[in-house]
Design a protein around this ligand. Structure first.
Ligand code: ADP
Ligand code: MG
Length: 344
């Protein structure tokens, strides 16, 4: 495909895609454009349709409605092998009787890539995934994390322009997950490949993706940059899903000047402690959670959920005592009765 035609249209387009099984909903009204060389995260709680969307893109499921276009080609009913993509799944799907090295280069061998090139690509992939020295082991002789890295290495060497990943780090421990996360991101940039990455972990999505697609109940809730999702959530679901802690929601009737049936969103970093009697709310301290560089202080107040105060460093306030807080109108997110964002 010429550079010109690539510039004309997004690398991947899903248009009004729907998938159902005997009437049971998988996903619906999925419309999404993916730019070439970008990192897109499909994010949402378990069962929201992330894997289904990815499998539709991969050609492992065929949609009941809609169109899928990859690199300008309508692949809606094409076989997976016809879509020029590689995949990494939650389950590693390695060949048990093949060694690490053989598993990694399997696809290259099938495609008759010369031996020297295979070796070079394999070594780079094993280096990136921290698997040098494990070449001759069989999958059964590896930990879960190592097996997942073999699957990653295999996708890397495939050299396809589009790589689909479904929760590839979920079997790794926290520390390794962090470092492999950075590796994947760097690799994606260096190789210039387009990655569609499924995760239920908002930290993972927010830290890796150029564009996050947040889903719920088989539908897209918001498509945007991590900044968009965090600072301009489209609805109360997004507000409550993105961020740690998520945005607090206050009933409109608790605040002067807002419609009683609206919901008002407020982030922990915009809440401050003020002297007793001078705050907008007097709250009860319900819990303190020390996170190292900061402490999250959970607050209880009628007509609010998730109200949290963020204090730098160690700040263990006494539980069940009262505290006055303030916040400014400019930091408030306003949602209407239907939970949709009202402010720009
Ligand atoms: P996620 O990956 O976000 O956890 P999935 O895409 O796996 O969610 O599932 C979305 C919905 O589709 C769920 O309700 C799930 O039960 C349903 N689903 C997925 N695959 C099948 C299938 N093969 N048959 C029937 N229902 C399915
Ligand atoms: Mg899934």
């Amino acid at each position: 495909m010429s550079a010109e035609s690539l510039n004309d249209q997004p690398f991947v387009v899903l248009q009004d895609v729907a998938k159902r099984w005997n009437g049971q909903l998988g996903v619906e009204e999925i419309s999404l454009e993916i730019e070439e060389g970008s990192f897109v995260a499909l994010l949402g709680p378990s069962g929201c349709g992330k894997s289904t969307t990815l499998r539709l893109l991969a050609g492992l499921e065929l949609p009941d409605e809609g169109e899928i276009v990859i690199q300008g080609r309508d692949v809606t009913s094409s076989a997976a092998s016809d879509r020029n993509l590689s995949m990494v799944f939650q389950s590693y799907a390695l060949f048990p009787h093949l060694s690490v090295a053989e598993n990694v280069v399997f696809g290259l061998k099938v495609r008759r890539v010369p031996k020297a090139e295979r070796r070079e690509k394999m070594e780079r992939a094993l280096e990136i995934t921290g698997l040098l020295g494990f070449e001759s082991r069989k999958p059964a002789e590896l930990s879960g994390g190592q097996r997942q890295r073999v699957a990653l290495a295999r996708a890397i060497v495939a050299g396809q322009p589009l790589c689909l990943m479904d929760e590839p780090l979920s079997n790794l421990d926290a520390k390794l997950r962090n470092s492999v996360r950075k590796d994947i991101k760097k690799l994606q940039r260096d190789l210039g490949i387009t990655v569609v990455y499924v995760t239920h972990d908002q930290t993972e999505a927010m830290s890796m993706a150029d564009k996050v697609v947040l889903m719920k109940d088989g539908r897209i809730q918001q498509i945007g940059s991590p900044d968009d999702l965090y600072n301009r959530p489209a609805n109360t679901f997004v507000a409550g899903f993105v961020g740690a802690p998520p945005m607090a929601l206050i009933d409109g009737e608790m605040l002067e000047g807002f419609l009683p049936d609206s919901k008002i969103g407020l982030r922990a970093e915009h809440v401050s402690i003020v002297p007793a009697g001078s705050g907008r709310f007097t709250c009860r301290i319900s819990e303190c959670e020390f996170l190292g560089s900061e402490t999250l202080i959970g607050l209880q107040h009628p007509g609010t959920t998730g109200l949290t105060l963020l204090q730098p460093g160690l700040s263990l306030l006494e539980e069940n005592t009262s505290i006055d807080i303030n916040f400014e109108d400019q930091h408030l997110h306003i949602f209407n009765t239907d939970g949709q964002r009202v402010n720009a």
